[in-house]
Ligand binder design. Structure first.
Ligand code: HPA
Length: 293
């Protein structure tokens, strides 16, 4: 579809990609998981894996960041048919947001009902420590304030309505479930719940920006997730998200430390196992609850 000289994916483009995948695997995922920086190990938990490199999937953009593998992995997670995105697309790589969020529409067409998003984020809340896991209660879409939104352009009614609500973006039942799963794992102490603020990146924030975001009510800051969540909600998927706090945002001028990608990856590596366990137990519990319903 042409929109002011920009080529966009049509519904038919999305359908072609989904049908291509459905023809190549017998898996019919009900849950999709998007892995953040250093969290791609989640895919290794899948049984009966069928994996596709992004470069081989028709229409798929390519991932360009170190720490993001660039594969779509189908399989069973805790017995639930799932699909995992090992590596996501970001605005800072130069992709328009309609490209960043293309995989979410594919998930919808594959029959996925629940999207789980994970990311690495800087902690703005002074009570947060490196290694904490934050259940995302809500988000602030900073690029959206200036019109950078994946739903900009003609609306495709077959996906969703022109003006979707976002006041219930992060499913309350799933958030509650995550807290009970964390209690069972004896890690309630490291599980927080808060507001994720997305910026465009790729530079980390200035001190003034961190202070500003903290005053706005943000608990964590990152460069992803929000576009995918908006598109998932637009097409009626249930959404749940975790941020892994990989560094503390710098909030005063005396601090000599600075955020850097190596530190983010190292912190993800250290807490990745806990997050992976949480996600797999959560998926198991979602499935059990669905069967009860
Ligand atoms: N800021 C933005 N994105 C991030 C950060 C941060 O401090 N840490 C991990 N991703």
């Amino acid at each position: 579809m042409e929109c002011h000289g920009e080529q966009r994916y049509t519904y038919e483009d999305c359908k072609r990609t989904a049908d291509w995948l459905l023809a190549k695997t017998k898996h019919r995922p009900r849950v999709a998981i998007i892995c953040g920086s250093g969290l791609g190990g989640l895919a290794d938990l899948l049984k009966d894996q069928v994996a596709f490199e992004y470069t081989k999937i028709p229409n798929f953009p390519k991932s360009t960041v170190v720490g993001h593998a660039g594969r779509l992995v189908f399989g069973n997670l805790s017995g639930t048919p799932s699909v995992v995105m090992q590596g996501r697309f970001h605005m800072y790589e130069g992709y328009p947001l309609w490209k960043v969020t293309f995989p979410v529409r594919i998930f919808h067409l594959l029959g996925v009902e629940t999207l789980i998003v994970t990311n690495a984020a800087g902690g703005l809340n002074p009570e947060y420590n490196v290694g904490d896991i934050m259940v995302i209660r809500d988000h602030i879409n900073m690029p959206g304030f200036s019109g950078q939104n994946p739903l900009v352009g003609p609306n495709e009614e077959r996906f969703g309505v022109r003006f979707p609500a976002m006041s219930d973006a992060y499913n309350q039942d799933l958030r509650k479930l995550a807290h009970s799963v964390a209690a069972e794992m004896d890690c309630s102490g490291c599980l927080r719940e808060g507001v994720y603020c997305a910026l465009g990146g790729p530079n980390y924030e200035t001190i003034a920006e961190c202070q500003f975001l903290q005053r706005l009510g943000a608990d964590a800051v990152g460069m992803s997730t929000v576009p995918e969540v908006i598109v998932a909600r637009h097409c009626g998927m249930r959404v749940f998200g975790f941020s892994l706090i990989t560094n503390k945002a710098i909030l005063d001028y005396e601090t000599k430390e600075k955020a850097n990608h190596a530190e983010v990856l190292e912190a993800s590596r250290q807490s990745a196992r806990t997050l992976e366990k949480l996600v797999s137990l959560l998926v198991q519990r979602i499935e059990r609850n669905n069967n009860l319903a």
